[in-house]
Ligand binder design. Structure first.
Ligand SMILES: [Zn+2]
Length: 720
């Protein structure tokens, strides 16, 4: 790539020509991994499953027929939950002997292993059989198996992540409900091979069940029989069953349904109406809705999942009034990105960030562009707060969300990459980005797509290499710090001229990006130009007619960079690797504070009593619990304090910048006499973007942000 060493300053509409000059055309080739040689037949065309559930015994008994297809091979194999038993197995009319393999390396067995995300080999048994000689030449082989197993997780052992309300239970069968995810390996399954399905389940009378595909149900003897047929290929079935009240509406050929538990029945109509809105929105924005139905399904477990043609949301989540207007749209959109165009996980998961960009972010930005700016600023703030030098990894290594750091990278940073791509595409045409999204989807429906393929498709439409962008932000770590320096401003009779330097650190990273530069005139009207920055210290000149007040770099938070002038928020403490939580040793609430601190502590952080606090700890980020804490008066007092009008069960938490270490923070939590500090801090990780929070019990009653007091090195003001 050639890099011109020239000062660049152009109005936005011209800079495409400039990019043409600067960037030589280079399309990156799509790299396909070499297929491992395997003696196994491993492509599945279809599954036919019949499963009987016994909810009191927590068990299931199933019959399956798996149709394998492709090159004839010597062996056949599948995986199943390692605690399950197999009673019979046959190919055609021939009974076969299955072997439970002691050693199992999925990479050697399945072609392109890892593309669809891989499997947890601890929990599965790999079963194999020799294909009888008379079938070896067949291009299709149907393997029939009968199996049985028990799956139950006691309520006290159901662990839930504090940060992501994600479900940790992979499968459980009981009277309170059935939930089965593919990672429970509840039926004989061949990974990395999406296939069509028929699933027929027998459930207690009064129950109904949901999985992918079109549903039908009727009662038969002592069972409610529920059948789903999915003609679309699916990689792994989720299943949920309960005493559901089902509603359905035909919307232009798509069945829009709700499966609600009695307590949530009244929410059904609202969810159907909102689902229809999202289906219409994305059908016209991307492509027709790809599944026969969309169902909103109530879960007795606190989940938040988007599955092919349905979403499974915990009862508590469903009842939150804002879910219909935010998360539901995100889950509907996953039917395009994630469920009918899959992620090739080997190069990182692009899907969550894109879905967030076209759903959560888009709704905010459409309502009010300043809300869009705030969303981007918060995403940048999260990247800086939750991702420190050691904790960061490139987007190309993000597979799924475990904690706030993953969220900052896989959702926030990826979203910003798509936002920057939209900005670049808009230099060609205002609709190019949307056209690319549509084309990529249509071309890759029912395929697993990698970041490399995204890059190749975008480059093909844009006409230039985007290695610089993908290398920096997808394959690389870090985001730059940008500042305006050494400004020389001169006024003439005919206008003005400003010469300045744009510094981009760290300089050894050699960042390139399109920098929006805005200057405000005396009447606060403004003009924008975009400058292609490709040197760590780059000289820029802008000129104009009438006098100006100020120059601001990237005022709309449109590029991936360290944000300034944001509020100091609780997330900053959660992101500090060596933060110390200090509990008062003499407080009557000592034990509760210790418990609260334990729930708030992040990896690398530690909890100490104020009596154990040493001088070396002084400059760390510190969380002080209790006003009787010895440290309470050691740092300047918070701006928000408990007041005499507060009720007796108030917990207040406030963050401020550390007075002697600007990179660290001081957080304080104070309680009135009857407050429970555990309840009053339990939800704080969901409120990471605030600087102070007041809880009554565990209910938030006040929250807000406190302004950042430092200077913004990306702004320059004319000195009068
Ligand atoms: Zn998602």
């Amino acid at each position: 790539m050639q890099r011109a060493v020239k000062q660049l300053m152009l109005p936005k509409k011209n800079y495409t020509n400039l990019l043409m000059l600067l960037i030589t055309i280079h399309f990156s080739a799509v790299k396909l991994g070499a297929e491992p040689v395997s003696m196994y037949m491993h492509t599945v065309e279809s599954y036919d499953l019949e499963v009987v559930f016994n909810v009191t015994a927590h068990s299931l008994t199933g019959k399956s027929s798996i149709v394998y297809t492709g090159e004839s091979k010597e062996k056949i194999g599948f995986i199943l939950n390692s605690n399950f038993d197999i009673s019979t197995s046959s190919i055609g009319k021939t009974n076969i002997v299955l072997t439970k393999e002691d050693e199992f390396d999925p990479e050697k067995v399945f072609a392109n292993y890892g593309r669809m995300g891989g499997i947890n080999t601890d929990k599965v048994a790999f079963w194999t059989a020799n294909i009888p000689a008379q079938y070896r030449k067949d291009r299709k082989i149907a393997l029939k198996i009968e199996w049985t197993g028990i799956l139950y997780v006691e309520p006290e052992n159901r662990e839930f992540s504090r940060e992501s309300i994600a479900l940790e239970v992979s499968g459980t069968i009981g009277q309170e409900g059935i939930f089965l995810s593919p990672s429970a390996y509840w039926y004989p399954y061949v990974p990395e091979s999406p296939a069509t399905y028929r699933l027929e389940t027998r459930l207690p009378i009064g129950w109904n069940g949901v999985t992918a595909g079109s549903p039908k149900w009727h009662d038969e003897g002592e069972y409610a029989v529920v059948e789903h047929i999915s003609n679309q290929p699916i990689d792994g079935l989720n299943f949920s069953a309960n005493k559901y009240i089902v509603k359905s509406v035909d919307h232009n050929g798509v069945i829009v349904m709700t499966y609600m538990l009695p307590e949530e029945e009244s929410l059904a109509d609202g969810y159907i109406e909102s689902s229809i809105g999202y289906i219409d929105r994305y059908s016209s924005q991307i492509a027709p809705y790809p599944f026969p139905k969309f169902a909103v399904v109530d879960n007795f477990l606190p989940s938040g999942y988007g599955m092919p043609g349905w979403t499974l949301l915990g009862s508590e989540v469903l009842r939150l009034p804002f879910i219909r207007f935010t998360s539901l749209g995100h889950e509907v959109l996953h039917n395009w990105f994630g469920n009918s165009m899959w992620v090739d996980y080997r190069g990182g998961n692009w899907c969550e960030g894109l879905t967030t960009y076209l759903a959560d972010y888009a709704y905010k930005n459409e309502r009010d562009s300043s809300a869009g700016i705030e969303y981007r600023a918060n995403a940048l703030n999260d990247i800086v707060s939750y991702v420190d030098v050691e904790g960061e990894y490139p987007i190309s290594e993000f597979t799924g969300r475990q904690n706030s750091r993953d969220r900052a990278i896989g959702y926030g940073k990826v979203m910003m990459v798509f936002h920057m791509l939209r900005g670049l595409m808009e230099t060609r045409s205002p609709t190019l980005f949307d056209e690319i999204i549509r084309e990529v989807y249509i071309e890759n429906q029912w395929k697993a797509l990698s970041w490399e393929q995204w890059q190749a498709s975008i480059e093909a439409s844009f006409g230039q290499s985007l290695d610089w962008l993908f290398d920096q932000y997808v394959k690389g770590k870090g985001i730059p710090e940008i500042s305006i320096q050494n400004v020389q401003y001169d006024e003439y009779d005919s206008g003005w001229q400003a010469n300045f330097e744009v510094h981009t650190m760290p300089d050894e990273a050699h960042y390139s990006y399109m920098l929006p530069v805005r200057h405000y005139l005396k009447d606060w009207s403004y003009d924008d130009v975009s400058v292609y920055i490709h040197h760590p210290i780059q000289k820029v000149r802008i000129v104009g007619g009438s006098e100006i007040r100020t120059i601001k770099l990237d005022p709309g938070f449109d590029i991936l960079r360290v944000p300034y002038a944001l509020s100091i928020t609780i997330s900053a403490f959660f992101g500090s690797k060596d933060g110390i939580l200090v509990v008062s040793s003499s407080s009557p609430m000592k034990d509760s504070f210790l418990k609260a601190a334990d729930g708030l502590k992040r990896e690398g952080q530690m909890i100490v009593l104020d009596s154990e606090f040493t001088d070396e700890m002084k400059d760390h980020s510190i969380w002080i619990f209790g006003i009787d804490n010895k440290l309470w008066d050691s740092y300047q007092q918070p701006i928000k304090e408990l007041s005499s009008s507060d009720s007796s069960s108030i917990t207040l938490t406030v963050i401020t910048i550390h007075p002697t270490n600007p990179k660290a923070t001081i957080v304080r939590t104070a309680c009135t006499e009857d407050a429970d500090p555990v309840a009053g801090t339990r939800k704080l990780s969901h409120y990471g973007k605030y600087s102070y929070l007041k809880f009554e019990g565990d209910k938030n009653i006040e929250k807000g942000t406190l302004p950042f007091s430092g200077e913004n090195p990306m702004n320059w003001f004319v000195v009068d």
